[in-house]
Design a binder for this molecule. Sequence first.
Ligand SMILES: *[C@@H]1O[C@H](CO)[C@@H](O)[C@H](O)[C@H]1NC(C)=O
Ligand SMILES: *[C@@H]1O[C@H](CO)[C@@H](O)[C@H](O)[C@H]1NC(C)=O
Ligand SMILES: [Zn+2]
Length: 689
Amino acid sequence: MASKSVFALLAILKLGLGLNTIETEFIAVPSGSSARSSLQFITSQDHVAGLPGDFVMADYLSSAFKDAGIESVETFELDVLLNYPSSPPTLKVSNPDGQVTFAATLSKDVLPEDSTSDTPWRNTTFHGYAPSGSVSAPAVFANYGRPSDFNDLEAANISVEGKIVLVRYGQCFRGLKVMNAQNRGAVGVLVYSDPQDDGFEYGKCYPEGPWRSASSVQRGSVQFNSICAGDPMRADKRYEEMGESLTSLCGVKDYTSLIPSIPSIPISYGDAQPILSQLGGVAAEALGDDWVGALPITYTTGPSTSIVSMSTDNEFKVTSIPNVIGKIPGSLPASDDHPVLLGNHRDAWVFGAADPNSGTASLIEVAKGLGSLVQSGWQPKHTIYLLSWSGEEYGLLGSTGWAELNFDAISSASAYINVDTVVSGDELTVSATPALTSLWEGVMADLDGHVLFKNGPSGNVLDANVNAPINADDAIGTLGSGSDYTVFLDHFGIASLDFEFNSPAGTYGVYHSIYDSFDWIDNYGGIDGEKGSSFELMASAAKMWGVLALRLADSDVLPFDHVKQAEALVKYSAAVDGNGLDLSELNSNIDAYMKAAQGVAEEMNSPGDLKDLNFRLSMTERSFLNADGLPGRSWMKHVLQAPGFYLGYAAMAFPGVQQAVDDGDLDLAQQQVAVVAECVDKAATFLKG
Ligand SMILES: *[C@@H]1O[C@H](CO)[C@@H](O)[C@H](O)[C@H]1NC(C)=O
Ligand SMILES: *[C@@H]1O[C@H](CO)[C@@H](O)[C@H](O)[C@H]1NC(C)=O
Ligand SMILES: [Zn+2]
């Protein structure tokens, strides 16, 4: 009891420290008008990974970092496998006599209100890593394409074997929809955006409002991202020189295990509706309440008596992508240096105003703030990296390649702080390694009055400029996958944090379409849909990001809270309890880790050997790596969280245990409990010192 109240008091003290002089100087720099002008340039031309626009934007970032006063800036080019459409896909429906009853235009409307919408990309939608192919078959509707959806179909005796599967976006990563369909024998996949998920169900559609319009299409990668992130070929020559390969890193024989073998096309609801409305078969409603979308039709499952024909023409090639690496060297000797890594991807599916370049505009503001400190003679204690990635959209290529090929730069890193789409709405959400949640709360408390946000997860709308500390228990999520923190956290065990301002829907209406443009974000991406306000949120994000970085790079004692991490482990353990598993050793190791965490929290108040203390605080996270990785996916080495194997994106806690439980394999689950218990034991011993 006594120790508990001591820690409550410590927490209050930590939150109440206020901004120091350096932090105060830093937050005076980021500005909305500066973010606006960066974003205007970056969205002025398409910049898909590896294409000329990507190199133009890499040069722009490189100059922006140098102009900001960052002295060490280099471009790290990486050779990767990519695909691009050689010609537009085709899609039509024929009746059983071979008569064509519907031919999809697969074309997005040019909008006078959207100055970049008249782009050649409006006719060439494709999926990253979808193969070329041409197939004709009856179609079956498989809802969101989750394993549970295919199980529902199977229970109704509807097979997808030999069929073209039509699924809707949402609920799980698109590549795993294709993987799930392929595993069940489908020959092709069409993925459409149902208006229930990001369209008129939410409000007015673009350009009258922010939501997805009838011709709008969500592009995206269909890599099997829950198995291994990064270039599915590990084509860069430096891997071979290091003695590494796709097999040694990802545990698969070749790249065909990581990407689909059947063609897929992303389509609009305008093109999906004529297909959906004539599928026949069973009423979708009979399979479950969530099988019915928002289109004004009766949703049925198929298989259709009509034949759907689809073709894709995608060229695969190994090509170079540019990553921009800025560095502010720390003053500590290399042996004491725990670099902090700030990352954001720059490549976009087309213009990328929200995804990801709202984050890029913020990154430039962070560079300006830190650069001005450097120019005035300041140097951080620990090195700070500013990282502008390419190839994220295809599968986290730039971040994964740089991290795997530059292990020296990251081996002692304290944390990786990511932003991707940092502004697509006005509600603030954050996900983090539990040991970083107190850092986040402290920064947010001290930025009260200096940043704008609404407190998303609690649904509590706060007045602009009047913030409250966020309650970690309710408001800070667990990191899954879907952005560049994956290699740092899941593969290398570096504590990570990711935050964004998004809409209450958790998505936004122009995601991955040609309409994720400057006009959209200017008109609809900001506070309460007020024109021009999104740029102020980008400046606010830069202040949060920069102060997080400063506390990691410039504190005497690194701001890790392992008590929070131990508390999270107690919850994770409770979540897998009740499955016939023996958790006694795991729970007693969690107790030991909690005691070590409480001990180190006291030590942080009167530190002895700073070097040793900071080493233990920041490197304990590495103890949660298991060298063999998770079952069936050796690249994912972190035992505390990972993306769900069949769902992607969303995080699973104790993923080795939970996945085995879900698959009904209790022996494997118990063996994975032992693996986690051993990692927690390692962490407790390491942290105690
Ligand atoms: C795009 O498709 C539309 C509709 O099929 C067509 O009218 C237009 O000419 C096409 N544009 C380009 C650049 O191919
Ligand atoms: C599926 O087929 C099996 C075996 O033919 C039958 O027993 C069952 O009733 C069918 N289920 C449905 C939902 O049609
Ligand atoms: Zn993104």
